[in-house]
Design a protein around this ligand. Structure first.
Ligand code: FES
Ligand SMILES: [Fe+2]
Length: 419
């Protein structure tokens, strides 16, 4: 349980708020690479502010305040040129660093005059099918090249804007017991009501114990299921909450970065960024990457709860636009949630002291590997096909192709094992 002030401090993301100051130390995906190839500029709302993100004719990426510094027209309706962005209203031109490089129809367009005419800007770059933005203070840290964005495989990105604060989604990432209840017992109840068989995916996993270990990129979660040995990957390796807005999950040839971009205090852009790379078949050639919207609510306003992530979304959104942590009752089984809040509070303190919060990466690097179970829940190849059937990937245009990929890979591995 928190005081109202503590809850506000943890959840408000706007400029000048304590958590807003923490969150402005990280890079966020603000567009799909595909989108800016189809049209070179779009609006994005990030951390409670409106931005225009664009790709120039020369291939550079930029992000600037949506509001033109001249007289406030939207730069989203500007002209993208080879080396910058020109406001559609009176033609002031800005480079990707936000400097004003040309003023049309102005007798004095000298550098001295233009020096005060720049637009507030961040930095943008592309990685792994996503366009990433940093809108905090200079110098910008490195964009962390987590393995998810650099590994070979088919990229499948289901996403949706979810009407709740990002923190309650992150708390769900350190809440292993909900898997047993929400994706087990509740899923079973719904299946029974619908007269469909209980999916085999995540249910029936009774927890014996859980653990949460802080590490340099966040918190490693471990679980020991009844009947498992302490040598199992679920306990020995675990998988991480990646501070401050992601979780890395998967195994058995299917890997997923769960991305929760804080759009504003009460909206989060959730992405299930999945890479399919089963052993046994060659990695697919080229950059295959699809994005698609997932369904989570019916036309008459009911949550869609007959798949795993739909159940999670029901839980997140039904907690309210910002979860009421004043009137909650935290118990021992919420130990991960407590660890998560502690880490966020420590990050607020670090930023107040002028230090980098956790998981800010300053060193240039090729790729960052994160711990992850190889064998999830001790299950084999069927883990991937079940996840596609029972999870948000059922909405993927590639769902059937991906299932076949995993089945073929399993057959190829068996063939190898038999020979
Ligand atoms: S409002 Fe943008 S150039 Fe005038
Ligand atoms: Fe869940």
């Amino acid at each position: 349980m928190l005081s109202q002030e503590e809850n506000d401090e943890l959840t408000h993301v706007g400029p000048g708020t304590p958590m807003g100051d923490v969150l402005r130390n990280y890079w966020y995906p603000v567009a799909f690479t595909r989108e800016l190839e189809e049209f070179p500029i779009r609006q994005t709302r990030l951390l409670g502010e409106e931005w225009a993100v664009f790709k120039t004719g020369d291939g550079g990426y930029g992000i600037v305040d949506e509001r033109c510094p001249h007289r406030g027209a939207s730069l989203v309706y500007g002209i993208v040129e080879d080396d910058g962005l020109r406001c559609g209203y009176h033609g002031w031109k800005f480079d990707t660093a936000g400097e004003c490089v040309e003023i049309l129809a102005e007798p004095d367009s000298s550098p001295k005059f233009r020096a005060g005419c720049g637009v507030r800007s961040g930095q943008a770059q592309e990685l792994g099918g996503l366009v990433w933005a940093y809108v905090g203070e200079s110098p910008a840290p490195e964009l962390p090249r987590y393995e998810a964005y650099t590994m070979d495989g088919i990229r499948d990105i289901g996403h949706a804007i979810i009407p709740c604060n990002w923190l309650q989604i992150m708390e769900n990432a350190v809440d292993p017991y909900h898997v047993e209840a929400l994706h087990g017992n509740y899923f079973e109840f719904i299946a029974k009501q619908q007269g469909t068989p209980m999916p085999e995916s995540f249910g029936g996993n009774k927890h014996e114990k859980v653990a949460f270990d802080p590490f340099e990129h966040g918190i490693i979660k471990r679980r020991l299921l009844v009947g498992q040995s302490e040598e199992s990957d679920d306990w020995k390796i675990g998988h991480p909450l990646v501070f401050p807005y992601k979780m890395w999950v998967g195994g058995n040839g299917v890997f997923q970065m769960q991305i929760r971009v804080p759009v504003d205090d009460t909206h989060t852009h959730v992405m299930f960024y999945t890479i399919h790379a089963p052993e046994g078949v060659p990695a697919p050639e080229g950059d295959r990457c699809v994005d698609y919207e997932i369904e989570w609510i019916t036309d008459d306003g009911k949550y869609i709860v007959d798949y795993i992530e739909g159940q999670d979304i029901m839980a997140w959104v039904s907690q309210g636009p910002v979860a009421d942590r004043v009137n909650e009752r935290i118990t021992k089984s919420d130990v991960g949630v407590v660890a998560c809040r502690r880490m966020f509070k420590e990050a607020v303190e670090a930023v107040r002291n002028g230090e980098d919060p956790i998981a800010v990466v300053r060193e240039p690097h090729d790729t960052i590997k994160l711990p992850l179970e190889r064998s999830k829940f001790g299950r084999g190849a069927q883990f991937a096909t079940d996840w596609i059937n029972d999870g948000s990937m059922r909405y993927s245009p590639l769902a059937e192709e991906l299932k076949k990929l995993h089945i073929d890979a399993a057959a190829a591995r068996e063939g190898l094992g038999a020979s």
